[in-house]
Design a protein around this ligand. Structure first.
Ligand code: CMC
Length: 436
């Protein structure tokens, strides 16, 4: 892995003057992207904090994993454009790349696949955890529980200062997430758990554990296997998003890695993060036919109507989300392979066309995001909507463990501890209950 570290640009500082303060703040440059103002000494020198709810202007860490240029609509994993990885690579290679920093050689790749598949089974005791849940529990609720429970099975992985133990914990999580996810699904439909098959690829093994039943042969379609693999690749990492920041923050205290990934699952579950593809699919179902699109576009533009076009807009991308372009093609392939004439796909394409020509969407730079086409694709593949976020969690585990490893190895890493702008009551004396 390269060892390039961000640095203060030698002669560049930002002057902040006013209210009796005159301070020069060093500027830091990365390899690409905007300069970053180093405010670490601000409080010591001025007694002031910065205020940035939602961290829209704050770099919480230095990272070498993923880079997004929202204006250009560019997403790079370790420097490689997502479109190239989606087309030419596969998820295991991408996992290795994110985790270790470089694409693997042939032998490195074979060893990585062998080492991770060795960990696909989960302890038989874990079955009992599932039995404790209601059958109608949301699979993400189950995932938060069972992923966190893994911490109880691997005491050896709690020495996070040992890079080898960290890597074993990472392999375990990447390998076991599909198994746990498929078990959550099987439990919800009352079917027996299907054990992992280590002769299948990561994506095919997951589809097999999801859709096979013991009483008949199940052959994974190569088109669906490829679609699943690309969907995993597209969701593998997305720099410091909410769930990744959650994993980093949880891990910054030295917490057990399985517990940290469980915290990531909890954050991802929220509708503003991993739940948006379900919302996009529901919206397309509600629109139903292309002739109703203008009505929904008008509602999206109406300031007095809370309705938003789900699957449009992004906090970072102010251009076409590059993952949406790849997914549109994947949606085509899946629907063709399964011979599905889904009217929702027509609605989606027409909606995209109309919105991209509309002044409101152009002016606000609202483009389709990754969630716009993923719901249609996953639903055609046979996944119930409640599993959409679970699939996202499987893929994002690779990003989470990569970012967690990077954080622990970073010498400037400290426990995450934001400050606040306090607007509550100033100091006051306690009053006995009869005097209040
Ligand atoms: N439909 C209609 N108007 C919109 C939409 C939309 N989908 N998204 C943003 N706007 C408008 C918004 O009303 C606001 O208008 P104004 O300036 O007049 O008040 C302006 O655009 C800026 O919106 P914002 O909410 O301040 O932007 P944000 O960066 O805080 O929000 C977002 C980003 C993704 C939450 C938002 O675009 C949204 O709610 N989109 C729909 C939900 C969705 O698809 N979410 C998935 C995001 S991608 C998942 C991932 O990468 O994890």
């Amino acid at each position: 892995m390269s060892n390039v570290k961000a640095r203060s640009a030698p002669d560049k500082t930002l002057s902040v003057t006013g209210d009796g303060v005159n301070i020069e703040l060093p500027l830091m440059t990365g390899t690409v992207g905007p300069e970053v103002v180093d405010i670490r000494k601000l409080y010591a020198k001025t007694g002031m904090f910065t205020y940035d709810p939602g961290f829209t202007s704050t770099a919480s860490c230095e990272s070498q994993i993923t880079y997004i240029d929202g204006e250009k609509g560019e997403l790079l994993y370790r420097g490689y454009p997502i479109e190239q990885l989606a087309e030419k690579s596969d998820f295991m290679e991408v996992a290795y790349l994110l985790l270790k920093g470089e694409l693997p050689t042939k032998s490195e790749k074979e060893k990585f696949i062998s080492d991770t598949t060795y960990h696909t089974m989960v302890h038989e005791q874990l079955n009992h955890f599932y039995n404790g849940f209601r059958r109608d529990a949301h699979p993400m609720a189950v995932m938060v529980g069972v992923v966190g429970a893994l911490a109880a099975f691997y005491h050896d992985s709690t020495d996070i200062t040992d890079p080898r133990q960290r890597m074993i914990a990472s392999y375990r999580m990447i390998a076991k997430m599909p198994t746990l996810a498929a078990m959550a699904y099987k439990y919800s439909v009352g079917q027996p758990f299907i054990y992992p098959r280590n002769d299948l690829s990561y994506a095919a093994n997951f589809l097999h554990m999801m859709f096979a039943v013991p009483c008949e042969e199940y052959n994974v379609s190569p088109t669906l296997e490829r679609a699943m693999d690309v969907i995993f690749t597209l969701h593998a990492d997305h720099e410091q998003n909410a769930s990744t920041s959650t994993v980093r923050l949880a891990g910054s205290s030295g917490a057990n890695p399985f517990a940290c990934i469980s915290a990531g699952c909890a954050c991802l579950w929220g509708p503003a993060h991993g739940g948006a593809n379900e919302a996009a699919l529901l919206m397309l179902q509600e629109i139903g036919t292309p002739d109703r699109i203008p009505e929904y576009i008008a509602r999206a533009k109406d300031r007095n109507d809370p309705f938003r076009l789900m699957g449009f807009g992004h906090r970072v991308y102010k251009n076409y989300d590059p993952r949406a372009t790849v997914l549109r093609k994947i949606a085509h392939d899946v629907l063709d392979e399964l011979n599905i004439k889904d009217p929702l796909f027509e609605v989606a394409r027409e909606l995209e066309k109309i919105a991209l020509e509309d002044e409101y969407f152009i002016e606000k730079k609202l483009y389709p995001n990754v969630d716009f086409y993923s719901g249609i694709t996953l639903s055609a593949m046979g996944f119930p909507t409640s599993m959409f976020t679970v699939l996202f969690a499987i893929a994002r585990t690779v990003g989470w463990v990569s970012q967690w490893n990077e954080m622990i190895a970073d010498p400037v890493q400290r426990i995450g501890r934001p400050r606040q702008l306090y607007t509550g009551a100033p100091k006051r004396d306690f009053l006995p209950i009869d005097k209040r």
